[in-house]
Design a protein around this ligand. Structure first.
Ligand SMILES: Nc1nc2c(ncn2[C@@H]2O[C@H](COP(=O)(O)OP(=O)(O)OP(=O)(O)O)[C@@H](O)[C@H]2O)c(=O)[nH]1
Ligand SMILES: [Mg+2]
Length: 488
């Protein structure tokens, strides 16, 4: 367990992005936050203006007391050889603990967004006894003070780093606490079960053993709910970290044209000469709110040429490294050896793929469902059943393709109903809890005495506690908050 949330030091940091801006915010948090500010801040007196003389004596006459959640306009000043030097005109907002982001006394100083001003302001706070905050320390203090649970702290991080609107909405729903509440609710059901089992063991006369059916019913219900939660981890990963999507196909299939269509600008060179793209090109693109890294690859051509062989090796690597593959067929050319090579790579790497038929505007050289490659491909993992018909040159079918990518990425995930998705850390713990419940069920069905059930239940509860941060090691906390930026 970690130490209590009572910190005796006061931290400060620039909370807005470094550099020049209209305003910047410097935050202080900790027991001396107010007293430090009282030494460097003078409120603007009613009726006074910027030209009023500043003298150190003002600190004696103006006894400024912070009022929680109330903004005050005034000056940040420092003493220099008996005079007061003006650092900046600011708006200052104090937050009295525990009703603050960190749960401690906190001050936000809105100053002008000059790197010189913010540096001087931070230096003043440091001279008066604050120390620079570590990455994520404000949020960490909020977590340790019980203001938020660990799933919410992690959501703050996701929100800051989100690249698409969908990502930021997802992070916000987790921040609202719905996901954490679901975990706590399952946990409390399991705890109730544990208590009843222990009571039955301790007081066999008065309480007696719980009926097997009852234990099974509660375990099944909790397992179903945890399975739903675990399912969100897969889609959550794609929404948070994005997915890699390789476009592969024979030369001239239209891979680079498709990349350009999806990006909405001419990133890759398109010509009617087969073999135009010689090296993979990677570009990020937002596909219906999912951050996707598109990889345009060199066309697969079966020859003895060394360069072509290197091309195939690279394409093969792109397939291996991607989450999903767009297998682009040239409808006007039909299927041949090249498609055979690609199909065997998809099967070898067990890569899920979308079969996409390009050049719908041209006459089709029929691609029969009974073609041996189509037969072989059915052994691989098609992301959607039917091929998607597109024209990479004219943009037809692009929306269907995007929808298929989205559908694959979010498949089977009850993201909305559960209010967000588990991240990888939480997903693994959820699976661990499920595993323990699996053992529990086995023990119940084989009729093991109830004394044996407690351990599995305890382990399931512990895993859930680790998700919400009720019981986590200092190491886990350090790792989670190390990914934050300073000032958050
Ligand atoms: N008619 C038609 N032509 C297309 C379509 N998509 C691509 N093309 C043309 O096909 C040719 C090859 O297109 P690219 O996008 O360069 O094909 P690629 O798969 O990247 O080719 P390599 O880089 O050589 O492997 C170009 O002349 C494109 O204009 C389409 O939907 N319809
Ligand atoms: Mg190309």
């Amino acid at each position: 367990m970690f130490p209590s949330s009572i910190n005796d030091d006061t931290i400060c940091a620039l909370s807005t992005a470094p550099g020049v801006g209209a305003i910047a915010i410097v935050r202080l948090s900790g027991p001396q936050a107010f007293s430090i500010v009282q030494k460097i801040f003078l409120p603007r007196l009613p009726g006074s203006n910027n030209s009023s003389p500043l003298s150190p004596a003002l600190f004696q006459t103006v006894d400024w007391q912070p009022k929680s959640h109330q903004a005050t306009i005034g000056y940040i000043v420092q003493e220099n050889q008996g005079n007061l030097e003006l650092i900046d005109e600011v708006v200052l907002i104090p937050y009295k603990g525990p009703n603050s982001y960190t749960g401690e006394d906190m001050v936000e100083i809105n100053c002008h967004g000059s790197p010189i001003v913010t540096r001087e302001l931070l230096n003043l706070a440091l001279e008066r006894g604050a120390r620079l905050a570590q990455a994520g320390e404000f949020t960490k203090r909020g977590f340790l003070a019980g203001r938020i649970d660990l799933t919410q702290a992690e959501a703050v991080l996701d929100l800051i780093h989100s690249k698409t609107e969908r990502q930021s909405r997802l992070a916000l729903t987790v921040l609202k606490g719905q996901l954490g509440d679901e975990i706590k609710s399952v946990r409390s059901k399991l705890m109730e079960l544990l208590t009843r089992i222990v009571a039955g063991i301790d007081f066999p006369e008065e309480v007696g053993d719980l009926a097997t059916d009852d234990i099974e019913a509660i375990t099944d219900d909790c397992s179903t709910r945890l399975q739903q939660l675990a399912k969100t981890a897969r889609s959550g990963r794609y929404l948070r970290e994005g997915l890699k999507l390789a476009i592969v196909g024979r030369p001239n299939a239209g891979k680079s044209s498709l990349l350009n269509q999806m990006l909405n600008f001419e990133r890759a060179i398109v010509t009617d000469i087969p073999g135009t793209t010689r090296d993979s090109i990677e570009e990020p693109v937002d596909v219906n709110g999912i951050p996707v890294i598109l990889i345009d690859t060199a066309g697969v051509r079966v020859t003895e040429d060394t360069v072509e062989k290197i091309g195939i090796a690279r394409t093969s690597k792109a397939i291996e490294d991607s989450d999903l593959v767009v297998f682009l067929l040239d409808r006007s050319q039909g299927i041949g050896e090249e498609e055979e090579v690609i199909a065997s790579k998809l099967i070898e790497f067990e890569r899920p793929y979308l079969l996409v038929n390009n050049k719908v505007d041209l006459k089709e050289k029929s691609i029969s469902e009974s073609h041996p490659i189509m037969q072989r491909l059915s052994a691989a993992r098609a992301a959607v059943e039917a091929p998607i018909e597109i024209s990479a040159r004219y943009g037809n079918g692009l929306e269907q393709l995007k929808a298929a990518i989205e559908q694959w990425a979010l498949a089977g995930s009850p993201l909305q109903e559960l209010g967000g998705s588990l991240n990888q850390r939480q997903g693994q713990l959820c699976l661990r809890a499920l595993e323990s419940l699996g053992y529990l069920k086995e023990s119940v069905s084989t009729g093991l005495p109830h004394d044996c059930l407690g351990t599995d239940l305890r382990q399931a509860v512990d895993a859930l506690d680790e998700i919400s941060g009720v019981a986590v090691t200092e190491e886990v906390i350090t790792e989670v908050f190390a990914n934050f930026c300073i000032g958050k």
